[in-house]
Write a protein that binds this ligand. Structure first.
Ligand code: ADP
Length: 161
């Protein structure tokens, strides 16, 4: 039997509790879940792709069916390369929907065998985004409930807190 392979793509700059919740829930289906860290040259990330990959590896080390990989270019090409037919995306609010829907249809047009599955955020994480986390870090706020301890520690170090 073929193992189902899914890709959960994103920037993860940095990974948050919202990302971890989606990873854990998507991995619970027991297929192969590849978290794809996007190296996007048009964004200037706080953490390098290598750093984000390392952090996610550490955060998911106890989930055996999760792999972390980086990619650049088109998501459909990455999915083809790793043999994935499913793309997982998290949805926080209706505001996420328009962009996500457009992306899903674009990807489906380019790669008809690819299905995008949306997972609604858990209510505890609905307000959390990497950008909010970075602002909190910059202005010395509290990360309570937003990120795993490892991410709090690396952010504290990065911002000399
Ligand atoms: P991107 O730049 O691709 O949006 P992100 O790292 O911001 O990358 O997000 C990656 C994925 O995780 C997206 O599908 C996004 O909707 C989802 N996501 C981000 N934050 C949360 C959250 N708090 N709850 C659920 N899903 C989330």
């Amino acid at each position: 039997m073929n193992t189902l392979t899914a890709v959960y793509p994103g920037s993860f700059d940095p990974p948050t509790n919202g990302h971890m919740d989606i990873i854990e829930r998507a991995a619970s289906f027991n297929g192969r879940l590849i978290v794809g860290v996007l190296a996007n040259p048009s964004k200037s990330p706080l953490f390098s792709v290598e750093e984000r990959v390392e952090l996610l590896k550490e955060l998911t080390k106890d989930i055996p069916n999760v792999e972390i990989s980086s990619f650049s270019g088109l998501l459909v090409d990455f999915c083809r390369k790793v043999g994935a037919r499913i793309v997982i995306r998290g949805l926080r609010a209706v505001t996420d929907f328009e962009f996500e829907f457009q992306m899903a249809l674009t990807n489906k047009t380019m790669s008809p065998e690819l299905e995008t599955l949306f997972m609604p955020t858990s209510t505890d994480y609905v307000w959390i985004s990497s950008s909010v986390v970075k602002e909190v870090a910059m202005f010395d706020g509290e990360f309570e409930g937003m990120v795993p301890k490892l991410i709090k520690d690396v952010l504290d170090k990065k911002f000399n807190r």
